[in-house]
Design a binder for this molecule. Sequence first.
Ligand code: AMP
Ligand code: MG
Length: 324
Amino acid sequence: MTRLVTVDPDRPDPARLEAPAAALRAGRLVAFPTETVYGLGAHARDAQAVGALFAAKGRPATNPLIVHVPDGAALGGLVASVTPLAAALADRWWPGPLTLVLDAAPSVPAVTTGGLSTVAVRAPDHPVAEALLRQAGVPVAAPSANTSGRPSPTRAEHVHADLAAAVDWIVDGGACRVGVESTVVDARGEVPLVLREGAVTREDLGVTGQAAADAQAQRHSPGARFRHYAPACRVEIAPPGEGPARAGGLAAAGHRVGLVARAAPPAGVTEVGTFGDARDLAVGLYDALRRAERAELEVLVVEGVPEEGVGRAVMDRLRRAAQA
Ligand code: AMP
Ligand code: MG
């Protein structure tokens, strides 16, 4: 049976996190909020617990997990060596939405790394995640707490909708403030290679001009191969400013259409969300995908954002959601 505990997102009461923390230590599955999306946590060194996590999500065994730690001090125990680049990145960006891929320590089970010799690690910037990780006292492998292939969860009710039967605890700490997953970089070399776009931007990392090197590195990053973020309804991307016209056209042709755009929708189109900039769209995107599906829309038109800053991560997720 799934137990739910609601905590203050800014000042979680340690007493309320005691049972979920103990459950993590004991090899159970616990969903919790991070600044990016909700994670489904399992003791990263407990191969059986991680196996149960893959089963609960229906996640392909070759798609490796990100191991969550409370701070940079916990990194050393998980990796073979902390490169100077990794040390500098952790120092600058942790806690935060940046995941570092490094050579794994032999003690990290193969099931956690998807059979790779590398491991992905990050320290989330969320008081609830940090407190839970400290209280658990073990590294926690935590992919997004959704059924594999579905939009990632940014609210506790999204976790409940997908995974209620499979998790032991859901820690409800409100809505996530970033809304797209962490940036994943290979930090083994001299410069960070971007394996997945995220909330820490290329501009932040000073790596806007190395698309070819990143593309090469991404060939070895399993996550990019899997279908992701798809709701039950079709998703269409409209160019910036053209959302209402596109949605109006589809509605006129007899479709049940919803719109996520800067401006309000024309008559006959359901308003699913409005946003101001790419950061706004990031926060609300996955919730919008799930609401469109609950409203039984046929098509959701989402207006795109420029491919810069966090807009790159948003457009990456949007294109995957729109893949037929
Ligand atoms: P998720 O937990 O669903 O946000 O996915 C984590 C993603 O991080 C994976 O799908 C990979 O793309 C990436 N990742 C995790 N571990 C590694 C690794 N050892 N090497 C390369 N990429 C990784
Ligand atoms: Mg995921």
